[in-house]
Design a protein around this ligand. Structure first.
Ligand code: NCD
Length: 306
C-alpha cells in the first residue's frame, strides 16, 4: 500500500504517468465516471481549506465514489484529545483512502504508520503540500508543454509557504530550472531547503527582495500569500502582508508569455485587475487540481481504467 507524503514519493516517470492520466481524465471525463463506484474517500481536515478539500471531494464524486469527513479540528474528536493515530485506525474501517490536512508538521506521516488505507498529505503545517505540487506541475506542463528549461520566480512567503517548499523539491528533478526567490528578508526560504535541496543539488538560484527586478527574466511567476496563521505576532504579519502587490503596472515589466500561478487563496498580493490578463492562470490551476487528484486517487487505489 502506498501513501503520498512528499512530492518525491513519486519518481519522475511515475509523475509523468500521473500527469498523462490527469490529461486523459480532463479530455474523457465519462470514461472515469464510475471508476471508483463503491469506494469512499475520507477527508480529515484539522485546518481550514476550500480548494484542497473540495477538489478532493469533487475528484472522488467525479469518479463515482463517495466522501465522508470533517473540515475542522473542533468538529472532530481531536477536540477531545484523540491522537491522529487513533483516528486513522478507526477511519481505516470506514473508508478506502484518506486525505489529511493538519497544522503539525509530520502529522499525516504519523497517521500513515498506523493506517491500513492510503493516506495523502493534504498539507502539514509549514512543511509540505504534495498535492498542490501535483496541481502546479500539471498546470505548468499543460500550459507550457514541458517541465524543464524555465526561470521560475517564487514570490512572497517563502519561509512558511509549504506549497513553495514542495514545488522546489519537485522541480529540481527537471533539467535547466533556475529559481528566483523573491521575498522580504524575514520571509526567506528556510535554510534547510536552501542548503539541503538547492545548494546540495547544484541548483541555479538567486535571492531578491524586489519583484520588479525579477519580472523581466521570468517564464513563470508563482505568487504566494503571507501565511498569517504561522506568524508568532500580529504586528509582524501586518508589516509583511502587503509587501508584494502584483498589478497592471508591474505586469508591464513581464514578458508576453510569463504565466502567473498562485495556489490560492489570494489576499492582496495579486490585484484583481490582473485576473483577465491571459497570463494569469491561477483559476485554471485550481481546476487542474481536480483532474490531478482524480488521477492520484486512481493511482493509489490501483484502479485501472481501460
Ligand atoms: C495553500 C495551502 O493550504 O498551503 N492553499 C491551497 O491548498 N491551495 C496556500 C495557502 O494557504 O496560502
Amino acid at each position: 500500500m502506498r501513501h503520498l507524503m512528499n512530492p518525491l514519493d513519486f519518481s519522475v516517470e511515475e509523475l509523468d504517468r500521473l500527469l498523462d492520466l490527469a490529461n486523459d481524465i480532463e479530455a474523457n471525463p465519462a470514461k472515469y465516471a464510475h471508476a471508483c463506484a463503491g469506494k469512499k474517500l475520507a477527508t480529515l481536515f484539522y485546518e481550514p481549506s476550500t480548494r484542497t478539500r473540495l477538489s478532493f471531494e469533487a475528484a472522488m464524486l467525479n469518479l463515482g465514489g463517495s466522501v465522508l469527513g470533517f473540515s475542522s479540528a473542533d468538529s472532530s474528536s481531536a477536540a477531545k484529545g484523540e491522537s491522529v493515530s487513533d483516528t486513522i485506525r478507526v477511519i481505516s474501517g470506514y473508508a478506502d483512502i484518506c486525505a489529511m490536512r493538519h497544522p503539525k508538521e509530520g502529522a499525516p506521516l504519523v497517521a500513515s504508520l498506523k493506517s491500513s488505507i492510503p493516506v495523502i498529505n493534504a498539507g502539514d503545517g509549514g512543511h509540505q503540500h504534495p498535492t498542490q505540487t501535483l496541481t502546479d506541475l500539471l498546470t505548468i506542463r499543460s500550459e507550457k508543454g514541458r517541465l524543464h528549461d524555465f526561470t521560475i520566480g517564487l514570490c512572497g512567503d517563502l519561509k512558511f509557504g509549504r506549497t513553495v517548499h514542495s514545488l522546489i523539491q519537485a522541480l529540481i528533478r527537471y533539467p535547466n530550472i533556475r529559481f528566483v526567490l523573491i521575498s522580504p528578508e524575514e520571509l526567506r526560504l528556510p535554510d534547510n531547503i536552501r542548503d539541503d535541496v538547492l545548494v546540495k543539488n547544484n541548483q541555479q538560484f538567486q535571492e531578491m527582495v524586489r519583484l520588479e527586478d525579477a519580472l523581466p527574466e521570468l517564464d513563470l511567476l508563482y505568487m504566494t500569500r503571507v501565511q498569517k496563521e504561522r506568524f508568532f505576532n500580529e504586528e509582524d504579519y501586518i508589516r509583511m502582508k502587503d509587501f508584494y502587490i502584483l498589478d497592471k503596472e508591474k505586469m508591464k515589466l513581464a514578458g508576453p508569455n510569463m504565466l502567473i500561478l498562485h495556489p490560492l487563496p489570494r489576499v492582496n498580493e495579486i490585484s484583481v485587475e490582473i485576473d483577465d490578463d491571459p497570463r494569469a492562470v491561477y483559476f485554471k490551476q485550481a481546476q487542474y487540481g481536480v483532474y490531478v487528484r482524480m488521477a492520484l486517487i486512481l493511482t493509489l487505489l490501483e484502479v485501472e481504467v481501460c
